[in-house]
Design a protein. Structure first.
Length: 246
């Protein structure tokens, strides 16, 4: 059952989006963990922990709806500018979540991919990511893309660099050449980009892929983003008319 968010009131709809109106590729900027904690007079670490806990039901719900790829923004290259203790907390939480969640992902047939400069990571988190990639590589039900140490501008720069490394001449470098060298060459086009937390910007996330994506901004902080809110986003997507410049 879909849930429609009309004027801030969540109401059940008799039918969910038709299968041909379900986005194949959904991306989420999971924003608002720290503000969620501050409004509850909790340590910021608890906000991040609640944010990690909120991921699992959305992954399962996306699979339930038939979404082919779900991309989540876990850690940006800009996040290194945060206080060292916060970065350490984030890494610790994500490492524990990867270890705990990988067996379930294997059972669900979800393949994990990482978008970003993984080679710059070291330590337990890198090992946990490598193990999750190996364990889930045969999954065919859905792909979960975790943007980790990710920057869209870096991704585009890396793609341009690969064009040069591959020996392409200037007149051979076109949109197709760059797209083939992004972190997402074999993924469906991005259909729906969701951002939680009330801000209305894309924050250097999947800039190339989001060229024609539908944008859905939600005031709820990420820890409060539940399956009903996700259903609401998909129902809104199904109502929109996509023209792609035509």
């Amino acid at each position: 059952m879909a849930v429609l968010d009309i004027g801030g009131v969540v109401e059940p709809a008799p039918d969910g989006p038709a299968s041909d109106l379900v986005p194949r590729h959904v991306a989420i900027i999971m924003d608002g963990n720290r503000r969620w904690a501050r409004e509850r007079n909790l340590p910021e670490a608890q906000g991040h922990a609640a944010g990690v806990d909120a991921i699992r039901p959305i992954v399962e719900r996306a699979q339930h709806h038939g979404v082919a790829a779900l991309s989540i923004f876990a850690f940006s290259r800009e996040n290194w500018q945060r206080a060292s203790h916060e970065v350490e907390t984030l890494f610790s939480l994500l490492d524990a979540a990867i270890v705990d969640y990988t067996p379930d992902l294997v059972r669900q047939g979800v393949r994990v991919r990482v978008l970003g400069r993984l080679e710059e990571l070291r330590g337990p988190t890198r090992r946990s990511i490598d193990e999750a990639l190996r364990a889930t590589e045969k999954g065919t039900a859905m792909t979960l893309n975790v943007a980790f140490n990710y920057s869209a501008r870096t991704e585009i720069a890396d793609a341009a660099r690969r064009c040069v490394e591959d020996g392409l001449q200037a007149d051979e470098i076109d949109e197709a050449a760059i797209a083939a060298r992004l972190y997402t060459p074999d993924f469906p086009e991005l259909d729906l980009l969701i951002r939680t937390g009330g801000d209305q910007r894309v924050s250097n996330f999947l800039l190339w892929q989001a060229a024609y994506a539908e944008l859905y901004f939600c005031d709820r902080y990420w820890p409060d983003f539940d399956i009903a809110t996700f259903d609401s986003a998909l129902a809104e997507y199904a109502r929109r008319s996509r023209r792609f410049g035509r």
